[in-house]
Design a protein around this ligand. Sequence first.
Ligand code: SAM
Length: 286
Amino acid sequence: MEWIPAPLPNSIEEGIKENLISWDQLANSHAQGKGSEFYRIDNWLSGETTLAPWEIREIGAISGKTLLHLQCHIGTDTLSWSREGAIVTGLDFSTNSIKEAERFAELMGIRNSRFVISRVQDAVESLDGEKFDVLYTGKGALCWLPDIEEWATVCSKLVKQGGILYLEESTPMFNALTPMKFQKETVFGLKYDLFNKNPVSEIGQGSYADPNWPGKMRIHTWEYTYGGIINALVRNGFRIEHLNERDEVFFNPHPENLVKSRSNYWSLKENSLKFPLSFSIKATRI
Ligand SMILES: C[S@@+](CC[C@H](N)C(=O)[O-])C[C@H]1O[C@@H](n2cnc3c(N)ncnc32)[C@H](O)[C@@H]1O
């Protein structure tokens, strides 16, 4: 089934509640590692990291540091950071995701990890005001948040002075562009208005990790822009260290146009016109 436009939610609150229903359904399917190679659960349990080499390189020395992972889903990235030596806390609003993350931590014998059920919006209260050395987030996280300014304000309260925020995300262009036929050629054309403040509401079936997953969902996502993210971080006490763009991305919504570039990453086919697919931001809390 195609993803088709759905009515907008009556309120942001309704949109977030519907998203939570979808994520709770997806968590168990993703934790089984079914479908595409996406979560590579068996490989991961046997020691493979889900982190890209540049994430490990760019975040810098992590051993012994406290790391908060916002929107941690089933904990694959969170526990990969634990294997790199961080003392990890994962936070997500989906109870089923957190249950799976806790199950994985137990299976892997990682005792100094903690998982918390909370909305990002409530994270400061849910974590009793604790501040962390590193805040890590992204890989399909920001699009679920209706207000990037609010996100940056929350982040600023969760990072110690001198600590860092590290974000790995798909680019606004990659989210908004979709393959279209033009004079017998396939070109990428705009699907969404990047200045749209309303959510993009859609009904569909399947998941980015498992296209054959039978569940039907109504989801609401919000566009973000580089300016929106960077200005919100700067306004909330962060100094931007870098913004690096890449021609690889951590999911594959266009299987006819993307090819696997490494485990958990895809890039545009050779001979395509290239554009940035993902980016990372590192920022210091001043
Ligand atoms: C694509 S996943 C995050 C990516 C993660 N790196 C992964 O793939 O394992 C998005 C996560 O955001 C969570 N989420 C969405 N909206 C949220 C909110 N308002 N507060 C907290 N978590 C939220 C979902 O439950 C889901 O687990």
